[in-house]
Every structure is written in structure tokens, then in C-alpha cells.
Design a protein around this ligand. Structure first.
Ligand SMILES: Cc1cc2nc3c(=O)[nH]c(=O)nc-3n(C[C@H](O)[C@H](O)[C@H](O)COP(=O)(O)OP(=O)(O)OC[C@H]3O[C@@H](n4cnc5c(N)ncnc54)[C@H](O)[C@@H]3O)c2cc1C
Length: 384
């Protein structure tokens, strides 16, 4: 009955399913454990009629024309330049740190003239419009530049990263520090991609539409192991050896009952709050970089552009170490050598299944943005 089976109806599963069904004429069975499609991009209206992202705020952003065009077949967009501010000792400053931030921080403390001087110096050394890592700034011979780097490291990066990853400062890898940018421009946007926004009616309808195809059968609320048996001599669907392609987008360790131990992840506890007021914080995302146990607060109305509802819903994110306990969700793979080699050990167990494909943030033990995930799914479907 089916040519392909896909486990998981998130970005990876949904894009691959549609491509295979539509362009390759394959009959695709999608098995999804949750009661809905869309994976972690899933959104729904809460009891107050406010559209919320149940698994954390998601903003689609991409510079890839083909990915944007593909998604646009299934949705219109609410496009905007996504901006984030950080709350630092009571003051809101734009992040990543840019020239606007520089003036907010230094105009008052050092005087406007001195702040202008610092700006000119950054432009002279690095060039207007450039993007410099704080590692590079920290290595500068110029004490003014090093002071700016210190400010960013201590007030924007350090405590936020410690909360997010549960690490002590000495455990934070230089690779991570090296990715923290400072923008030598007045661009307050968090991403610099050409397209940024959310599907106008939400992510869920977009994925539902993507999966609506005569060649696609979606079954939700089912763990794949209820229908599939992964045995050494092959993969069985309802007890019959399945000869087609199987795309697995779930956690790889779970597939093998975590026999070598769990792959480590960070998880998040999302605390939603409804407030009977027009606006809670006046911004879509506020990062708490020096205080509080949560990392950020998202106010959904400012992200989705939803109008005509009373009150506002926010979510606070509390990071913690994933243990695999019921109800916990593995969100961020903890990438280091030890964990990668554990992942490879699990990968080796799949070597005998010729038409078995690992795809997605869980199956590949890798962080992907939505656009990169879609691109990989498109490429895999194209190859099959
Ligand atoms: C907090 C957070 C915020 C993010 N924000 C952004 C953002 O703003 N912009 C952006 O581009 N990206 C963002 N991302 C990344 C984005 O979520 C991923 O790119 C995307 O979810 C990857 O899709 P996926 O299909 O690989 O995984 P998922 O969305 O996790 O989908 C996998 C699906 O497989 C199902 N599944 C797993 N095991 C089984 C099983 N045994 N049987 C049946 N089904 C199973 C799961 O239920 C799930 O629905 C964010 C990620 C996180 C954690």
C-alpha cells in the first residue's frame, strides 16, 4: 500500500512527505506520536483565543529563495524584521549588540561625545556594516574595543549562556563564545535574512495544508513502534517486511531503547501566563541576560501580529537538563565529542537497513533552523 514511511510530522517529515507524494508519486504513510502535525513549530489558540507556540516561539527566517517559495505555496505570511531586546539591570537594550546598543549603554555613562568616538573607532577598525565576534573584539589591542567586548560578554552573553546550557563559565566552549556577534551597524534585527516572519494564519495550518495530498496518509497520536518493528533483518510494517524507504525523524537513542544510554539534551519548561492587559512588555522577545532563572519572555501578539483579542499571553522559558522522564521534551542536542561518538554508536546500529534514512534535529542529533531543516528534507526527497 505504501512506498515510503515517515516517522514524525515536523518540518522534516512534512516537507519530505509532500515532496515524495507530489513530485515522485510515492504513497507515503506518516506516523506521528503527538496528537497534531507541525512538530515543535506547532501553534494553537489558547483558552483566551490567543495564538501561542506550544513548544517555544518560532520565527521563520531564511535567505534561501527556494525554501521560502516552497513554504509560500502553503501559506501567506506575516513578515517583519524580528527584533530582540535584553533586559540588563532594568534597561532594555537591542541584541545582538549594535551601534544603537552602544549609544544606549555609553551615552549616559560616558557622554555622547565619547560614545560617538567609540562608534567611529569601531567603524574605522572593522568597517561599517560588519559583523564581528566578541572573541575577536576581546583579542583587540585597543583597550576601548576590549571594554566593549567585556560589556557584551558579561551583560549579554555569559549568564544567559550559563542558564541556557547549565554550564559554569569555564565550561563554555570558545566555539560558542566565538559565535556571539557584535554588529557595526544600526540594524536592530536579530537575524539578517531576507525573509523573516510567521505564517499569517499560524504554523499548524501551513503544515496541515502541506500534508493534505491524496498520496499522503497521516496517522497522529501513534508511536511508530506500534506499527513498525525495527529488527536486525529489516523493518516491518504491521508484521510484514517493508521494502520501501523509511525516513525516521525521531530520537535515535529511543529507537534502540537507549541501550547505550541517553543522548544528552537540554530541555525547556514553558510557563505560559495570560495577562488581562493590552501589552505585557511591548516587545515580542525580551532576553533576561543578567537576572532571573528564565532565559526569555515571549509575548505572542507581537510575534504573530494577531489583532482583535483581549489581553495578552506570554511564555517564560526555564532551561533544564533532559532526563527522559515522562512529559519532558529533548530540545537542544549538547554537542561535544563524547556525545557525538555516542550518537555514532547508535548510527552504526542502523547500517544494515539499506533504505532507512535519518533526518531531522532529533534523528541527526543536530540543531537546525526551520529553513535548513526544510532544505535537507527537500534534498533527501529529491534523492529518493
Ligand atoms: C525552543 C526552540 C525554538 C526554536 N525557534 C526557532 C525559530 O525561531 N526559527 C527556526 O528557524 N527554528 C527554530 N527552532 C528549530 C526548529 O524547531 C527545528 O528546526 C524544527 O523543529 C526541526 O524539525 P524536525 O522535524 O526535525 O523536528 P520536530 O519538530 O521535533 O519533529 C519531529 C516529530 O517527530 C515525532 N516523533 C518523534 N519520535 C516519534 C516516534 N517514535 N513515533 C512517532 N513520531 C515521533 C515528534 O512527536 C515530532 O512531532 C527552535 C527550536 C527550539 C527547541
Amino acid at each position: 500500500m505504501y512506498d515510503c514511511i515517515i516517522v514524525g510530522a515536523g518540518v522534516a517529515g512534512a516537507v519530505a512527505a509532500r515532496k515524495l507524494a507530489e513530485e515522485k508519486g510515492k504513497r507515503v504513510l506518516v506516523l506521528e506520536r503527538r496528537g497534531h502535525v507541525g512538530g515543535n513549530c506547532y501553534d494553537e489558540q489558547d483558552e483566551h483565543g490567543i495564538l501561542v507556540h506550544s513548544y517555544g516561539p518560532h520565527i521563520f527566517h531564511t535567505g534561501m529563495e527556494d525554501v521560502f517559495a516552497y513554504f509560500s505555496r502553503f501559506t501567506d505570511w506575516h513578515l517583519f524584521g524580528h527584533e530582540v531586546v535584553a533586559k540588563v539591570y532594568g534597561r532594555l537594550i537591542p541584541v545582538p549588540f549594535n551601534l544603537n546598543t552602544l549609544h544606549l549603554v555609553y551615552d549616559e555613562a560616558l557622554g555622547k561625545e565619547r560614545a560617538d568616538e567609540l562608534e567611529r573607532k569601531l567603524i574605522r577598525i572593522y568597517g561599517e556594516g560588519s559583523r564581528i565576534s566578541i572573541t575577536k573584539l576581546r583579542e583587540s589591542e585597543d583597550p576601548d574595543v576590549r571594554e566593549i567586548a567585556r560589556y557584551v560578554y558579561e551583560n549579554v552573553f555569559l549568564k544567559y549562556t550559563m542558564k541556557q546550557w547549565g554550564q559554569r563559565p569555564e565550561e563554555i566552549s570558545p566555539e560558542v563564545t566565538g559565535r556571539v556577534p557584535v554588529l557595526i551597524s544600526y540594524d536592530n534585527r536579530y537575524f539578517q535574512d531576507k525573509y523573516q516572519g510567521v505564517p499569517r494564519d499560524g504554523f499548524t495550518p501551513m503544515f496541515q495544508k502541506m500534508l493534505e495530498h491524496e498520496n499522503i496518509t497521516v496517522v497522529t497520536g501513534i508511536d511508530c513502534k506500534e506499527r513498525l518493528c525495527f529488527s536486525e533483518d529489516g523493518i516491518y510494517l504491521d508484521g510484514v517486511l517493508f521494502e520501501g524507504d523509511v525516513i525516521y525523524t525521531g530520537a535515535l537513542d529511543e529507537l534502540f531503547d537507549c541501550r547505550y544510554g541517553r543522548l544528552p539534551y537540554r530541555s525547556l519548561d514553558f510557563k505560559f501566563e495570560y495577562h488581562n492587559e493590552e501589552s505585557y512588555q511591548g516587545h515580542s522577545v525580551v532576553n533576561y541576560t543578567v537576572s532571573e532563572d528564565f532565559t526569555r519572555i515571549t509575548e505572542f501578539k507581537f510575534l504573530t501580529g494577531q489583532q482583535g483579542v483581549d489581553g495578552t499571553t506570554i511564555v517564560k522559558e526555564y532551561p533544564f537538563a533532559y532526563t527522559g522522564a515522562a512529559g519532558e521534551i529533548p530540545y537542544y542536542a549538547i554537542l561535544n565529542e563524547e556525545n557525538r561518538s555516542l550518537y555514532e554508536k547508535y548510527c552504526a546500529l542502523t547500517a544494515g537497513w539499506e533504505r532507512f534514512h535519518l533526518l531531522g534535529r532529533l534523528a541527526e542529533y543536530q540543531y537546525y533552523n526551520i529553513d535548513a531543516m526544510a532544505k535537507k528534507a527537500m534534498e533527501l526527497a529529491g534523492r529518493l
